[in-house]
Ligand binder design. Structure first.
Ligand SMILES: [Mg+2]
Length: 105
């Protein structure tokens, strides 16, 4: 199980080389920047602001690339634990949905 969007071997190599070239700290900052850019576009979309599907897709692709690099940066034992946290997070989401849906039967 993986939370990653699949990259080709060549794309994955480029991501690893980017971490090597630019450094872990720089790429972690880039992760935050790209997450913020996606959040901004989604916020605009949700509030009728000036955005487009193309911009959202672009930012989502940026985030996929940066999350791949984040998984490369995190020590394997940390990145490897993420899938094991997903079931508890999904259970929490399901409970939240049940509460939200409670009034509708
Ligand atoms: Mg971007």
């Amino acid at each position: 199980m993986t939370s990653r969007i699949a990259l080709t071997d060549d794309q994955a190599r480029v991501c690893r080389e980017a971490v090597e070239l630019f450094g872990r700290r720089h790429q972690i900052i880039k992760v935050v920047e790209e997450l913020r850019e996606l959040a901004d576009e989604l916020y605009k979309a949700a509030h009728g602001g000036d955005t487009s599907l193309e911009r959202i897709v672009d930012e989502r692709a940026d985030v996929a690339i940066m999350l791949y690099q984040l998984d490369e940066i995190l020590i394997p034992s940390v990145a490897g634990l993420v899938p094991f946290r997903i079931p508890a997070k999904i259970d929490k989401l399901k409970k939240h949905m049940e509460v939200a849906d409670g009034g509708r039967g």
